[in-house]
Design a protein around this ligand. Sequence first.
Ligand SMILES: CC(C)(COP(=O)(O)OP(=O)(O)OC[C@H]1O[C@@H](n2cnc3c(N)ncnc32)[C@H](O)[C@@H]1OP(=O)(O)O)[C@@H](O)C(=O)NCCC(=O)NCCS
Length: 146
Amino acid sequence: MKILIPSSKEDFQRYYELRWKILRRPWNQPLGSERNELDDTSYHVMVCEKDRIPLGIGRLHFNNTREAQIRYMAVDDGYQQKGAGSIIVNALEKYAKEKGAHYIILNARENAVPFYIKNGYEVIEKSYLLFDDIQHYKMKKLLKDI
Ligand SMILES: CC(C)(COP(=O)(O)OP(=O)(O)OC[C@H]1O[C@@H](n2cnc3c(N)ncnc32)[C@H](O)[C@@H]1OP(=O)(O)O)[C@@H](O)C(=O)NCCC(=O)NCCS
């Protein structure tokens, strides 16, 4: 598995398709609902096995100079629990640290909380409910030790 930065139109098409497929389609959300206004200025990575077909993706943006946030982490069905998610988180953390962030926050879906704990995040508080269904938890990791 290798980590790549999506750059071409085709890369981003596949990138957003995977985001929609894993994070939106199961809740009957329309195409387009997977994107938000910070995508154009965020840092994106994808994990690929061969060529430039993503099997896992993730995004990082800055809320201020010290605080970075991870969003839209998704690994394709059949590839989960094989290390791709951790590769993505590590790449996003490395970038955040290089750019001067002190810590990362995120809102984890309940099912993903154990994954983020394995990656060194701690739960701060219960946050929002998405689509009247998916409970989220705000989590945080300090970057000084990585
Ligand atoms: C959550 C997600 C991004 C994690 O990526 P992944 O590639 O499956 O995770 P990894 O294989 O890198 O897992 C790293 C560690 O976390 C553990 N882990 C991952 N998902 C877990 C889960 N649901 N429950 C318990 N442990 C989990 C793994 O067992 C592994 O532990 P190990 O190092 O002891 O073997 C991925 O499973 C996914 O896309 N899920 C569906 C969409 C989703 O919920 N996205 C997150 C939105 S906040």
